[in-house]
Design a protein around this ligand. Structure first.
Ligand SMILES: Cc1cc2nc3c(=O)[nH]c(=O)nc-3n(C[C@H](O)[C@H](O)[C@H](O)COP(=O)(O)OP(=O)(O)OC[C@H]3O[C@@H](n4cnc5c(N)ncnc54)[C@H](O)[C@@H]3O)c2cc1C
Length: 532
């Protein structure tokens, strides 16, 4: 049920002296997945996120719910089978923000169509009844019909197969809200600054409200560290003074995406190039009225909150796009560039420079003091990762035992038949909550319309909805993650920032500094609008 979530009420709940069953650090897909699963099993759950839900890696994915065709090529059948099962759950539970998507793999060598066709038939077989559509071999003419943006020169037909696509940031907010509807307490802009330890055992968290600077302590039977690439920072908190630092378990790898207009990839199909010049995978994907190009996989030492693209990554994406698309996008065509850090798990003694050999599977590690750390994996597998975390925490006696499997079919708030995610954003992304959205002031006041279709994509009411129901606290929360305008067109998002700031000021009252929030967002948008 749609629930108003004013921060003052959430903070009041936080102040109640209480022993939680589970305190989770990190509001990305992983932490939110654990929160929902635990809340659905009736456990007492609190989650803190230092920035906004999905502000870390989980809003910066390629947005594919997929088994991972390339992992199949690497022979990792177990990972692919699990991910295909999870793909089905992810789509079924929130069809308003997650839909199936057809892909065409064009062949530019005579052998490619047959070779990849066999591999993709195996993908279908692994998916079994959870398949989203049958793989088909395509003639050259049919390939160009389905993928009119593909370069015709040297084309030897193609293969069509099916995967899933979603809005990663909205999915995270829906996980948070659905967990809240089941009794969990979730707070964004609330940082975990330390762990409470008694007799060598973790017994809770120290948290700081980033809005007020107020520090608080939360007591919990079990603490889960789901901080993505930042898990090692939290693991550092889990030791006695003078004790050696734990060995880092994450080797971050940076992935860059570029957004260009739909004219570079017209139609409803995505393109997958399985092997670029240097052996990488490359996607061109229709998403919310634009085209996502990406991605890259480059080791990175630092853990910046806003990592910036390397110029060679941008060069690589544009060069490869130019090899496969009839109309080659230029630097000036890029509307937004965004970068995410993959939390790859480092096997002991492994060379951190070679990220392709690092594990794409997740790891759950329980320290001697009972801190449960979970990282790695994929967005697609967030739900099974959560089950694994709870299973292991129960086996160690850290949380009360409750039967699992409760989230396989657990519709998220607003779940209703949706539209392909390639279409421009609009009210349809609110599913069954669209009626509630339309009842708010400013429903017909469109701040931004998709320029090609004219469809209203951001309304005054959506900004109000973001504050009242989706825990948005500043201009960035609204324009980066409730609406995805920052990711779709950074310059346009900067133009909308003052209007959004003014609506937020009405909603949040005098404590909200609209000028500062707008200025900080405009600076961020500049980063997304600028190529290295
Ligand atoms: C470029 C790229 C493309 C990808 N594409 C896909 C894809 O198409 N499909 C797919 O399945 N997977 C994809 N992935 C993988 C997927 O995005 C990640 O596996 C997933 O998002 C990781 O989620 P997480 O919750 O573990 O981490 P995060 O989303 O980073 O969440 C961790 C959270 O912890 C918070 N945090 C950190 N420290 C603290 C603290 N002290 N207190 C409170 N909070 C804290 C952070 O702010 C952050 O929000 C992609 C990854 C990348 C980088």
């Amino acid at each position: 049920m749609s629930q108003l979530l004013p921060r003052s009420d959430l903070i009041a709940q936080l102040q109640q002296a209480k022993d939680w069953d589970l305190a989770i650090i990190g509001g990305g897909a992983t932490g939110l997945g654990v929160a929902l699963d635990a809340a659905a099993r009736g456990l007492g759950v609190v989650l803190v996120e230092s920035h906004d839900f999905s502000q870390g890696t989980s809003s910066r994915a390629t947005k594919l719910a997929h088994g991972g065709v390339r992992y199949l090529a690497q022979g990792n059948v177990g990972l692919v089978r699990e991910a295909l099962h999870e793909r089905s759950a992810l789509l079924a539970n929130a069809p308003h923000v997650a839909q199936r998507l057809p892909f065409v793999m064009p062949g530019y060598h005579w052998w490619e169509r047959g070779f990849y066709g066999v591999g993709l038939k195996a993908y279908d077989l692994l998916a079994g009844r959870q398949g989203l559509g049958s793989t088909e071999l395509l003639s050259t003419r049919r390939t160009l019909e389905l993928l009119p943006g593909a370069k015709p020169d040297g084309l030897w037909g193609g293969v069509r197969y099916w995967d899933g696509q979603f809005d990663d940031a909205r999915y995270c907010v829906l996980l948070a809200r659905t967990a809240a509807a089941r009794g969990a307490l979730l707070l964004n802009h609330m940082e975990a600054t330390g762990l409470l330890r008694e007799a060598g055992q973790v017994r809770g968290l120290r948290v700081r409200d980033k809005e007020t600077g107020v520090d608080r302590e939360l007591r919990a039977r079990c603490v889960v560290n789901a901080t993505g690439v930042w898990v090692d920072e939290v693991r550092q908190m889990d030791r006695d003074a003078g004790a050696p630092q734990p060995r880092p378990m994450v080797a971050p790898s940076q992935g860059v995406h570029l957004i260009v207009d739909r004219k570079f990839l017209p139609g409803s199909h995505a393109m997958l190039v399985p092997k670029t010049e240097d052996g990488r995978v490359m996607f061109a994907v229709p998403w919310m009225g634009k085209t996502i190009l990406g991605t890259t996989d480059t080791p990175r030492e630092d853990l910046a909150r806003e990592p910036t693209a390397f110029s060679q990554d941008v060069g690589f994406i544009l060069h490869e796009a130019g090899r496969y698309l009839a109309k080659a996008p230029q630097r000036s065509d890029v509307r937004s560039v965004w970068v995410g850090l993959r939390p790859l798990v480092k096997p002991v003694g492994e060379d951190a420079a070679n990220t392709k050999t690092l594990s794409r599977e997740h790891t759950v590690l329980i320290s001697a003091s009972g801190l449960v750390t979970v990282t790695g994996g994929k967005w697609t597998t967030y739900r099974s990762m959560a089950e694994d975390v709870l299973q292991q925490a129960m086996e160690r006696g850290l949380v009360p035992k409750r039967p699992g499997g409760v989230t396989v079919r657990l519709p998220l708030l607003g779940a209703a038949p949706g539209r392909p995610l390639g279409e421009p954003a609009g009210e349809h992304l609110y599913g069954s909550e669209a009626e509630l959205l339309r009842s708010l002031p400013g429903a017909g006041n469109w701040l931004w319309r998709d320029p090609e279709s004219g469809q209203g994509s951001l309304s005054e009411a959506m900004v109000r909805f973001a504050v009242r129901y989706e825990m948005a606290r500043d201009v960035e929360d609204v324009l980066a993650r409730r609406s995805r305008l920052l990711f779709l067109d950074a310059a346009e998002s900067a133009r909308q920032a003052p209007a959004v700031g003014a609506i937020l000021a009405e909603e949040l009252g005098p404590g909200f500094d609209a000028a500062a929030s707008t200025a900080s967002f405009v600076a961020l948008a500049e980063l997304y609008a600028t190529l290295p």
